[in-house]
Each structure stands twice: as structure tokens, then as C-alpha cells.
Design a protein around this ligand. Structure first.
Ligand code: HEM
Length: 484
């Protein structure tokens, strides 16, 4: 019968021996994405591991991942029904809910609102870029004062506030000061979010660990508390917007979403979905961008020759008497190359948010059953030796053609925004943000490492990889164009 056939085929999925109770949990180590790539060498690009009570399929390498996420996009569009996922955005997160008609509507609204406030026309583009330029110039001043009297500093907190301010400005039409204590405390905790929802976290696959004191339970309770505090903060802002809503004046994405979901009211979504959409967008838009910038600052200080080449390119194309703008982008291919190489080399979102299958599906000739949890190892695509020459060398110039232009075929091979129905909806605004932040920071600052300390690239694992503590200085390059 079908059941027996499936069971037999299911057993045929290759994978390491799984121990009773824990399965392969003890083999994941500190860097699960590296373990996943190592296992792929032994078992192939599609294999199965067991974590606690869950069979999980791990997808690796360019070919298998694109076959699954693009050719079988609907089958791989689900999310597992993890307890931790239900704690996000008041229980109504779009990002963390599974594939359904309602989810499609929810995603469509989030996506079109984001577009309307970042790239719909030249006016919205200019407004969005203005927010980024404002935050980047403020950062220059902050970095300058943190480097005063030969001091070295960690840029992490300032970068998180800057990235949060861009997305808050888009949502609410206003930013928060770097000195706003409630905002800063909240952002300090958001960093912990990815520990629980990243692939390989044990919170959801070993539910019994939540019932007695142990480190996994501590992380989970902290996760619940931080989600509550974060959502409460966002909800208060949306409620205030709802109370003062005026269809004639749209202050930000929060108003626009209130307009579509609540004022027009034919989407099947509710007030709770308005709040969760805003919460999803702010959460997704701040941790990823600040993590990317964090790595960029570290790499600039670690590779002074690359930094010099970037500074020379920007000085040549832009000059020293104005700041870089988006119009300079096509002339600054080397800067885009640096951004793509950081995405590829560090792969700071190494594995996507866990997926689940919405029906039985075959990938690389192997049957994967409906409702299977799937980990998509993006970092394996970025280090696939079939695609990349010397994948373990950091070299931005690999993305430039003989004429010094960005090689689009190669940049398309980098996978950090995922693919298919769950592909990141913020990819375009992320690229604009990263370009403007970096162009302005590199034009204005020179990053240096502390000579008494070696800069390593160690990190903590989670949904995003966070660089371990390091310190740099950011000296102003000549006469500043910014009133610091
Ligand atoms: C989802 C990467 C910036 C909004 C994702 C996913 C990844 C990702 C890997 C999960 C895809 C999957 O599960 O297959 C990144 C990176 C960014 C970035 C690397 C920056 C460098 C942003 C920004 C926003 C955003 C700026 C919005 C303001 C979202 C949303 C989802 C998502 C809403 C959920 C999509 C869904 O589940 O359907 N992103 N992201 N992201 N991202 Fe981004």
C-alpha cells in the first residue's frame, strides 16, 4: 500500500545514524551549517537527520536547493508548526506562519507596502534614501566620537540603532534617538532572537527540554519574554497610529497597512495582522542589515588593501566635496562587489528560517514526505566548489568582469535572500541600504584595527551569524562634509 511504499522510500533518504531520544543533536556542534556541509560530502546534497523527535531534511548545494525552492516552490513554501514560531509578532507573524490562502494575502500586503515606501516612484525612492543618508551621516559622527583620543570601539550597538531607525522611519514616519533608553534596551535584546528560531535550535525539536531548568529552557523563556516586550513596543505605536488615522495623510507603512487591512477591510485579515505585519517588517529589517554592516566594518579593518581600493574608487568617482548618492552606484561596482563577497564569504544568514513541505515531493530523485521540516543550507551554495573558484578566499574582485563592471551572472549565484515562495521581500531595499551606508561610511571614515589585537572572524551561530566582540577605530578622512 501507499503508506508502506512511502515508508520504504523514506528510509532510503541517506543520512547519519540517529541516536535514540536526541537523534543527531549532539553532532551539530557550534556551527551547524558547517556540519551540514560536511555531512553533504558523505551523504549527498539531500539527506536526513533526526533532531529529538523530528526527521529533518537538509538541502545543500546550488543545484538541489534551486531544484527544491524554485521548481517545487509550493511544496517547499510551508513553515513547521514550532511553538517558538507561534510566539513571534503576537502569534500572527507572516514570516513564521505556514503556507495558506491567508498567508498569501498577508505576504502580498507586506510586499506591496514595502515597495510603495521604497521604490514605487522617484519621490518614494528619494524619501527612503534620505532616511538612510540621515542615519549614515549620524553614524559617522558617533564613530568619530567613539574613536576620540585613540580609543577603539565595537560598532555593533550603533549599527543596530541606525538600521532600526531606517525601518522605523519607513513604518512610523519617525526615528528614535541613539540616546532613547527604551528603544536601545529593546534592540540590545533583539540580537538574541535568532538563537531560538535558527535551524538546529533544540527548543522546538525537544519539547521536554522546556519542562525543567537547563540552558535550552533559559534561552526559550528569554525568547518568549523578548518577543513579548518587542511586540508590546510595536503594538503601542500601531495603536497610536490607528487612533489618529487619517486616510488623507499617510505617515508611514503602519498607516498604509491600517488603510489596506482595516479601512478597506476586504482582505480577510484583522487588526492583529496589521500589528504583526509592522512587527515582522521591523524585526526582519533591522537584525539582518545591522549584522551585514557589522561584518562589513570588521572586514574593512581586517583587509586594509581592500579598504584602500574602495576609498580610491569612491574618491575618484565621487570626489571629496560631496557625499556619494545612489546615482553613483553604477560607477562604484567594486563597492557592490565587496557587499556581495561579504554575503558569499561570511554567509551571515547561513541557513534560511526552517521550511516544511506542503505535500510529498521528489528532489534529486529522493522522496520527501508532506510536513517534513526542511533546513536550507544557503552557506553551502556560497562555498560550492562547482560554482566558485577558491571559495574560502575573500576576494571582492571575483565579481568584476574585465571592464571592471559587476558580473550579474556571478552575483546571482550568491544565495543569502533564499529563493522561491519564501524569498526575502526586503532584498531590494537591503541592497540600497547597504550601498548607501557603506559608500558614506567609507567616503568619510578610515577603519583600523587595534594593533595590539588580531582581528579574527569568529562568530556565534543563529539565524544570523554575529561576529564575536572586536574593536576598531574609525578616523575621519580629511575635512568632514558632515557637521560633527
Ligand atoms: C525572509 C535574508 C533584509 C523582510 C528572509 C529570509 C532570509 C532573509 C534568508 C528567509 C527566507 C526563507 O525562509 O527561505 C535577508 C538578508 C537581509 C534581509 C540577508 C539583509 C541583508 C530584509 C529587510 C526586510 C526583510 C530589510 C524588510 C524590511 C523579510 C520578510 C521575510 C524575510 C518579511 C519573510 C518572508 C516569508 O516568510 O515569506 N530574509 N533579509 N528582510 N525577510 Fe529578509
Amino acid at each position: 500500500c501507499l503508506w508502506v511504499r512511502n515508508l520504504r522510500l523514506k528510509r532510503r533518504l541517506p543520512g547519519p545514524f540517529a541516536w535514540p531520544v536526541v537523534g543527531n543533536a549532539m553532532q551539530l556542534g557550534q556551527m551547524p551549517h558547517i556540519t551540514f556541509s560536511r555531512l553533504a560530502k558523505k551523504y549527498g546534497n539531500v539527506y536526513q537527520i533526526r533532531l529529538g523527535g523530528n526527521d529533518i531534511v537538509v538541502l545543500n548545494g546550488d543545484k538541489a536547493i534551486r531544484e527544491a525552492l524554485i521548481e517545487h516552490s509550493t511544496e517547499f513554501a510551508g513553515r513547521p508548526d514550532f511553538v517558538s514560531f507561534q510566539a513571534v509578532s503576537g502569534g500572527n507573524s507572516m514570516t513564521f506562519s505556514s503556507y495558506s490562502k491567508q498567508w498569501k494575502m498577508h505576504r502580498k500586503i507586506a510586499q506591496s507596502t514595502l515597495r510603495a515606501f521604497s521604490s514605487a516612484n522617484s519621490q518614494t525612492k528619494r524619501a527612503f534614501e534620505g532616511h538612510v543618508v540621515g542615519e549614515a551621516t549620524e553614524l559617522v559622527g558617533i564613530f568619530h566620537s567613539l574613536s576620540a583620543e585613540g580609543r577603539y570601539f565595537n560598532p555593533g550597538n550603533a549599527l543596530t540603532v541606525a538600521a532600526a531607525n531606517v525601518i522605523c522611519a519607513l513604518c512610523f514616519g519617525k526615528r528614535y534617538g541613539h540616546e532613547d533608553e527604551e528603544f536601545k534596551t529593546l534592540l540590545g535584546r533583539v540580537e538574541k532572537f535568532g538563537e531560538t528560531v535558527g535551524a538546529g535550535s533544540l527548543v522546538d525539536v525537544m519539547p521536554w527540554l522546556r519542562s525543567f531548568p537547563n540552558p535550552v529552557r533559559t534561552i526559550f523563556l528569554d525568547f518568549l519574554d523578548l518577543n513579548r516586550q518587542y511586540f508590546d513596543f510595536i503594538q503601542r505605536k500601531v495603536v497610536a497610529d490607528r487612533e489618529t488615522f487619517n486616510p488623507e495623510v499617510t505617515r508611514g507603512m503602519s498607516d498604509a497597512i491600517i488603510g489596506v487591512i482595516e479601512a478597506e477591510g476586504n482582505t480577510g485579515l484583522t487588526e492583529a495582522h496589521t500589528e504583526s505585519t509592522v512587527s515582522d517588517l521591523i524585526g526582519a529589517g533591522l537584525d539582518t542589515i545591522s549584522t551585514a554592516l557589522h561584518w562589513n566594518c570588521l572586514l574593512l579593518a581586517k583587509y586594509p588593501d581592500i579598504q584602500t581600493q574602495l576609498q580610491e574608487t569612491i574618491d575618484r568617482e565621487v570626489g571629496r566635496d560631496r557625499l556619494p548618492t545612489m546615482e553613483d552606484r553604477s560607477a562604484l561596482a567594486y563597492l557592490d562587489a565587496f557587499t556581495y563577497e561579504t554575503m558569499r564569504y561570511i554567509s551571515y544568514v547561513p541557513v534560511t528560517i526552517p521550511h516544511s513541505t506542503t505535500s510529498d515531493v521528489t528532489v534529486d530523485g529522493l522522496l520527501i514526505l508532506k510536513d517534513t521540516v526542511v533546513f536550507v543550507n544557503q552557506s553551502s551554495v556560497n562555498h560550492d566548489p562547482l560554482t566558485w573558484k577558491d571559495p574560502h578566499v575573500f576576494d571582492p574582485s571575483r565579481f568584476l568582469d574585465e571592464d571592471g563592471r559587476l558580473d550579474k551572472d556571478l552575483t546571482n549565484n550568491v544565495m543569502i535572500f533564499s529563493a522561491g515562495k519564501r524569498r526575502c521581500i526586503g532584498d531590494q531595499i537591503a541592497k540600497v541600504e547597504l550601498f548607501l551606508f557603506l559608500a558614506i561610511l567609507i567616503h568619510q571614515c578610515h577603519f583600523e584595527k587595534n594593533p595590539s589585537q588580531d582581528l579574527h572572524l569568529n562568530y556565534t551561530y543563529g539565524l544570523t551569524l554575529k561576529p564575536l566582540d572586536y574593536k576598531i577605530s574609525a578616523k575621519l578622512r580629511g575635512e568632514s562634509l558632515i557637521g560633527t
